[in-house]
Design a protein around this ligand. Sequence first.
Ligand code: NAD
Length: 286
Amino acid sequence: MKIAFLGLGNMGLPMAENLVAAGHEVTGFDPARPAASFPLAASGAAAADGAEVMITMLPSGEVLRAVAAEVVPKMTRGAILLDCSTVDVDSARAVAENAHEAGLLALDAPVSGGIGGAKGGTLTFMVGGDAAAFDTARPLFDVMGQKAVHCGPSGNGQAAKICNNMILGATMIVTCEAFALADRLGLDRQAMFDVVSTSSGSSWSMTAYCPAPGIGPDSPADNGYRPGFAAELMLKDLRLAAAAAESAGVRTPLGRAALEQYRDFVENEDGRGRDFSAMLPRFADG
Ligand code: NAD
């Protein structure tokens, strides 16, 4: 397919490289002008010219709205605007509406799997938007990832992402708290892992991404808490979840408590640039 790819940062560049390696014709644009193995255009609008699919991997909803305003009028009718960024549900829905008005199809398809998943082509895509566009884009999801779930109409991919990450943020914090408590009670961390990982307190945070070094499978804890999934990205997602909860009128007290914890960790402590599981030394050593 002829693909335009806008936003060639930590995630976007390896995703685009995987599409090139699979034989797709990719033209990129990023104001930071990274070194890439495929042609870069002078602007987003220039990259959009003749593209069947425009993929965006951008930092925020605000940037996405600005980019969409620039590229949508340049895109060919029937082409697909495929946003893989993590943004607020309202921006995802507004951009999809603009695209529809211009005769385009739109998908919001945020990812989980991080930089490792982007490089390895093993991301999971949570996708909202037109079912026909989802079918057309499936071969691209298959190259960039290992799973794509169609979650319903526009915005539902973002909704799935922030609900998942609200669970993840709160679960990671309480898993770290429990390890710190176990330490003080004289319970060995390995014994704690052996019990919890096969008991009702089990979670992905414990079994697949254990925050205690030397315990469970290899994780950022075994690597000096180098991300992985950075604490500031978790903070971003918890902010999006809180904003969505507020606009939908839903009470999410634990999601908000997790937001406060990550805000302190990133803004007032040493959390910036560390993995989100580095909450463990914060509780254990504090
Ligand atoms: P990044 O900051 O490394 O990359 C964003 C890129 O967008 C930058 O290179 C920037 O120059 C570019 N950009 C800014 N304005 C632009 C414009 N007008 N046109 C084209 N490009 C523009 O961020 P990232 O880590 O690659 O994350 C991208 C998105 O993926 C974010 O929404 C993030 O929340 C989400 N995400 C990241 C991870 C992760 O582990 N890094 C995991 C899941 C989801």
